[in-house]
Design a protein around this ligand. Structure first.
Ligand code: C5P
Length: 316
């Protein structure tokens, strides 16, 4: 698994430099049903994660100390210290296997920062897999899953990729039967959104409306659409409980969602807690039409097209 890249003359001869690069996908939640607030501050969720072909890469290289660098999409907003989940992933893995986290991590970002596509979680999953390969820890997949869940609710799914149900706070993963390939268009916003702020706004709206919060659950139509590989059925079944609070915090998201629908998307969706908006098209040609319309929308900073499902974290 390890890609060794030692070049003589790269440093002291007895200290070989080794490097591992891992590719990790972004995700959208095809369904995101948010249940009651739990005593630990998280919400009970039922979600269907779907990995898409927008990627970050995490390169781990042997080093004397822990260090983190970053390039690409949103690099100026990426913290390069212990706030970063990739840094914390290297520390957690090192602590678990009883070694020092002597590794240089480099992130090459294609996933928007604070975009609701779990880019930070993907980097954490990438760092876990890269350091695991670099250090030859011998941990099982279940043990890596356990560490991923400690790092964040979305980190375990980034290890698996594909299409999967997430329950608990999102960290319990069950595979979902899905057929075929789906054509997605993503509209990135000018500014990120804070996930805790969107969940807080949901709680505020529910309290104001004196809503009784139902247990979280995923509609059978969505699972049927995935089993059939039917993009039209899937487009009609997309659902995200965080849409209303995200749009109330950022009203211009409504304009983005409408622009994609008007351009012929068969499904429109806020990605996770936003602000990225996701659009489903029936085929590549229609996806190109939707993308072109979104490029012209003032509320949109950048547009990307991708296929789903995509593979989980893997060594290149
Ligand atoms: O687990 P993670 O750190 O990614 O979650 C970020 C934040 O999102 C949490 O601190 C919480 O405010 C919110 N969240 C939630 N319920 C979940 C997942 C996340 O309220 N199931």
């Amino acid at each position: 698994m390890t890609a060794a890249a030692f070049t003589p003359g790269d440093g002291p001869r007895h200290n070989q430099t080794q490097s591992v690069t891992v590719r990790v996908p972004a995700k959208v939640n095809l369904a995101l049903s948010v249940g009651p607030l739990r005593p630990d501050g998280y919400h009970d969720l039922a979600t269907v994660f779907h990995a898409v072909g927008l990627h970050d890469e995490v390169t781990a290289t042997t080093s004397d100390t822990l260090a983190l660098t970053c390039e690409g999409e949103g690099q100026a907003e990426v913290p390069l210290d212990g706030v970063n989940l990739a840094w914390r992933a290297a520390e957690l893995l090192a602590r678990t296997v009883g070694r020092t986290p002597a590794v240089r991590l480099h992130l090459t970002k294609g996933i928007p920062v604070a975009g609701g596509m779990a880019g930070g979680s993907a980097d954490a999953a990438g760092a876990l897999v890269a350091c695991d390969a670099l250090w030859g820890t011998g941990l099982s997949r279940e043990e890596l899953h356990g560490l991923a869940a400690q790092l964040g609710s979305d980190v375990p799914f980034a290890l698996y990729g594909g299409t999967a149900m997430g329950t608990g706070r999102g960290e319990q993963i069950t595979p979902v039967l899905a057929r075929g390939e789906f054509h997605w268009v993503f509209a990135f916003a000018h500014e990120g959104l804070s996930t805790p702020a969107v969940f807080r706004e949901l709680d505020r709206q529910r309290a104001t409306a004196k809503e009784e919060v139902a247990a979280s659950g995923v509609d059978e139509e969505l699972l049927r659409a995935l089993r059939a590989g039917d993009s039209t059925l899937l487009g009609a079944a997309l659902r995200n409980d965080l849409t209303r609070p995200a749009v109330s915090l950022r009203p211009d998201l409504q304009a983005t969602l409408l622009a994609g629908r008007d351009a012929g998307a068969i499904g429109t969706l806020l990605s996770g807690s936003g602000p990225t908006c996701a659009f489903l098209a029936t085929d590549a040609v229609r996806a190109a039409t939707v993308a072109a319309a979104l490029e012209a929308a003032p509320s949109v900073r950048a547009v990307r097209r991708a296929l789903g499902p995509a593979a989980g974290a893997h060594v290149l």
